[in-house]
Write a protein that binds this ligand. Structure first.
Ligand code: GRF
Length: 213
């Protein structure tokens, strides 16, 4: 299926970013927009956790923020409907999960088909879910990395947009490996967002490919 995420340009490239915490990937998007390497506008940053550090980063950049506590929603679907409504109200075309610690369900997936991205700290399909860096160390892999992928019903299982590998060193701790992977996340995420917004891509099965000309 060809994508229409990138059918418009410039200020029309409105993205929404969902966070739960630190927000360093959000910061990478903000910085790339400021540098001009990402041609997009962050229309809103939504956190499911009050006081998330990423909310301060957004405010400092003059971006609208919203806290939507998932515990206040009656059901999982109700929460996703609220998210979808807030994002649609701001004419968001692409949704970026950036450390958003919630499974995304049908109401959001159906509102943004092939238009929700996530960044994950492993070379998927290895080590989905939480503590990916700890899982990689425990398994003993010599290479791990970062993945940007489209979000589907399957946890960390959607079509892969970009990946970068990093070496795992013998003396790595979760912290040192996480830091090495994070550097790549910060490089990959704005690149992937720009690529999707430009729109010259399609999904074929599990593969994200350059659009046929
Ligand atoms: C990142 O490692 C990301 O891959 C994972 O959660 C972490 C979020 O970090 N999904 P930050 O909030 O962007 O700093």
């Amino acid at each position: 299926m060809a994508s229409d995420v990138g059918a418009r340009s410039g200020a029309e490239h409105r993205i929404g970013v969902l966070i739960s915490g630190r927000g360093s990937n959000l910061q990478a998007l903000i910085d790339a927009i400021a540098k001009g390497t990402l041609d997009a506008t962050i229309a809103v940053v939504i956190s499911n956790k009050a006081g998330a550090q990423g909310l301060d980063r957004a405010s400092a950049a003059g971006i609208e923020t919203l806290t939507l506590d998932h515990r206040a929603a009656a059901t999982r679907d109700d929460y996703d409907r609220q998210l979808a409504a807030e994002l649609r109200a701001r004419k968001v075309r692409l949704v970026c999960l950036a450390g958003f610690m919630r499974l995304v369900g049908a109401p959001l997936l159906d509102t943004f088909p092939d238009a929700i991205l996530n960044v994950h700290p492993s070379l998927l399909p290895a080590f989905p879910g939480v503590d990916a860096q700890k899982q990689a160390l425990a398994y003993g892999v010599k290479v791990s990395g970062a993945t940007v992928h489209l979000v589907t019903h399957e946890l960390d299982g959607g079509p892969i947009v970009l990946q970068a590998a990093v070496p795992v060193h013998d003396d790595d701790s979760v912290e040192t490996l996480s830091a090495r992977i994070l550097e790549q996340e910060h490089r990959l995420y704005p690149t992937a967002v720009q690529m999707l917004l430009e729109g010259n891509w399609r999904v074929e099965g599990r593969r994200v490919l350059a659009a046929a000309r």
